[in-house]
Write a protein that binds this ligand. Structure first.
Ligand code: ADP
Ligand code: MG
Length: 408
């Protein structure tokens, strides 16, 4: 059983060149990770994911705050004594050693508590008849058992005698995982372990790691900049930006209830549509290109009336999958757009269109771009006029000034 707790953790890198620039790499990170959770830290490059992971591992000193593994404060505990294992993106295997030896290597350096024994393996007792505690190395048989068990879990038994250069990228990554699982650590830390693999292999390894997590019943903390990886792997996701935690929640929660525009924009493909607009208490929402929709009372009740006041500038978010292609503009929540590009992907169609009916066609997203993704019986023509109905159950509204959700 292993929990990890971070309390108001900060990291400020002090280097001479950056004198005066004391912007923390990680600010006020607090969270409690339950035993056997699969936590994903996600966010753009440089947002502090690796730094946080390295602080948990003990590879980076904590500037301020506390980290606990189970109930033990580990701020000053050496990495090797934290009972954690870390897998990096650049998994460096020893090239001259076989897969077996790569996996056995760490175990050979390890000592375990035992009692003093004679040559036959019987306990040697002290004068008072008590067993004598000693630290000893693992025997070859014990090492073999652990390596074989890990190899079986990872399905690399066939390759144990091969050298790393005779393995594919995915097999090498499995060996790198194997090196850590032989140790049976309490917590696994994985820092973008799949980013060197091609897309197809990444998808395979993704499900392998999920299965591995189930088999090992250990706590996993996984770092990635890829929101798809985060959404498919995490039991809970931590979205970070500029060293700050933005939101922590289950994938569904982040998707359906993003706390700010950053989370809304980061999670989900195709990306959410955003429009600047003005919302008044009667539910009228006037936005891009002077189009207007009216939200029902039930929908308005979900938002904070105090924040809306007599009217508020908002950013409206609506996901491409929460738009519906309809025949006319009769409903209060329907907008009209001009089709720019149609991508028929087979299982669904993505329609890139524009609320500005007279505007020049643009391949870049503009303030009036609107994307729909849906399963369509027939795809709309390019340049044609379409009606898009906004499913108001899934509308997201953010205060334009703070970019924070105005949901209650
Ligand atoms: P991520 O893993 O999310 O891409 P990092 O945790 O590696 O981000 O980096 C967070 C911030 O800390 C970045 O601004 C990065 O430049 C800075 N940083 C990382 N490592 C060091 C270091 N050893 N010295 C100084 N700054 C660092
Ligand atoms: Mg990183």
């Amino acid at each position: 059983m292993s929990t990890v707790t971070l309390k108001n953790v900060y990291k400020i890198y002090e280097n001479k060149e950056a004198k005066g620039d004391m912007k923390p790499a990680v600010s006020d990170f607090s969270m409690h990770i339950e035993d056997k959770e699969f936590i994903v830290f996600v966010g753009p490059s440089g947002c502090g994911k690796s730094t946080t992971l390295r602080m948990i591992a003990g590879l980076e000193k904590i500037t301020k705050g506390q980290i606990y593994i189970d109930d033990t404060l580990v701020n000053d505990v050496a990495p090797k004594d934290r009972d954690i294992a870390m897998v990096f993106q650049n998994y460096a295997l020893y090239p001259h050693m076989s897969v077996y030896e790569n996996m056995a290597f760490g175990l050979r350096l390890r000592k375990i508590p035992d009692i003093k024994r004679d040559k036959k393996g019987n306990p040697v007792l002290d004068k008072e008849g008590k067993e004598i505690p000693v630290m000893r190395k693992l025997t070859e048989a014990e090492i073999k058992e652990k390596v074989m068990e890990a190899a079986k879990i990872l399905a690399i038994e066939e390759y144990l005698q091969r050298k790393p250069k005779a393995l594919s990228g995915g097999q090498r990554q499995r060996v790198a995982l194997g090196r850590t699982i032989v140790r049976k650590p309490k917590v696994f830390l994985l820092d973008e372990p799949l980013s060197n693999l091609d897309a197809k292999l990444r998808a395979t390894m993704r499900s392998e790691i999920i299965k591995l997590h189930e088999k090992l019943e250990a706590t996993f903390i996984y770092v990635t900049h890829d929101q798809v990886e985060a959404m498919t792997m995490g039991t809970r996701i931590v979205v970070m930006k500029d060293g700050f935690v933005q939101q922590i929640g289950a994938p569904k929660e982040l998707y359906s209830r993003p706390v700010n525009t950053f989370v809304a924009g980061f999670i989900g493909t195709p990306q959410i549509n955003f429009f600047n607009g003005r919302l008044t208490p009667d539910g009228k929402l006037k936005f891009a290109n002077d189009q207007e929709i009216t939200l029902s009372k039930a929908t308005m009740d979900k938002f904070d009336a105090e924040k809306i006041g007599s009217g508020i500038d908002v950013i409206m978010g609506i996901r491409p999958g929460d738009l519906k292609l309809v025949d006319n503009g009769d409903k209060a929540t329907t907008v009209v757009a001009k089709v720019e590009v149609v991508e028929a992907l087979g299982n669904e169609t993505i329609v890139y269109s524009n609320l500005d009916l007279n505007g020049e066609q643009s391949l870049e997203r503009t303030a009036t771009s609107i994307t729909l993704s849906a399963k369509l019986k027939s795809d709309p023509e390019r340049h044609s006029k379409i009606f898009l109905d906004i499913d108001e159950d899934y509308i997201h509204l953010f205060d334009k000034e703070t970019e924070v959700s105005i949901r209650k």
